[in-house]
Write a protein that binds this ligand. Sequence first.
Ligand code: ZN
Length: 262
Amino acid sequence: MIGLIMHSARPITVFRMTLFWFLLASVIFPIAATAAEKRYTVKKNDTLTEIARRQGVSVATLMRLNGLKEPNQIYIGKVLRIPIPDRRPTAKRPTLDPTLLKVLGDTRIARKKWKYIVIHHSATDSGSAKGMDLYHRQERHMENGLAYHFVIGNGKGMGDGEVVIGQRWTDQIRGGHLASESLNEQSVGICLVGNFDDNKPTQKQMNYLHALVDYLMRGCGLSGAAIKTHQQINPIHTRCPGTKFPVKTFLKEFPAPKKKAS
Ligand SMILES: [Zn+2]
């Protein structure tokens, strides 16, 4: 973003200012403008609100992109940067299989119950929901078995990207995946099979994780702020889901809502 000093142009200096901005813009914008932008020169009687409406963008976006502190900081001849909405088909965005969606649809979500969606790895190279269920029952003595609500396979023990819906989800009951009773009560647990201290999750796992989180956010009425890794939310330090889980890039896909100014 280029910081331009704003002047409120008085009538006498309008022409000079216009010429100044025109020249400056012609020097700067070929460099600054990206492929997803166009330019618009402010005309007589234009308001930022009206320009935004015509261009199909928000006033806030225009202000941010053009470094405006107030919507009225425009004047005739000012060249505005206008973002071009991304009209590429959203088909690339991962989606859940229709059969899985149908099964998911059978569960009536206790919307008020869930506050977080927490991501784990199994910390094992291979694994399955069945194996984890057995382990949690027999070794960890959890009467409800599988501690997570969902498991996503990595092709070793379960299909690559295969999503298994756990009993705790269909029953809408607490998980057993966090070191806090109250957090377990309100956190949906998703476990990706794999040891992400050694290897990255597979692309299919990430795609289905994305789609599942998307579904859960909508179903539970949560924002991006609700998505946490085990490490981020656990009261006791844990490496889970491993150093090679792409935390930043994944969370960036689910922006948290901006705080409202009080
Ligand atoms: Zn974990």
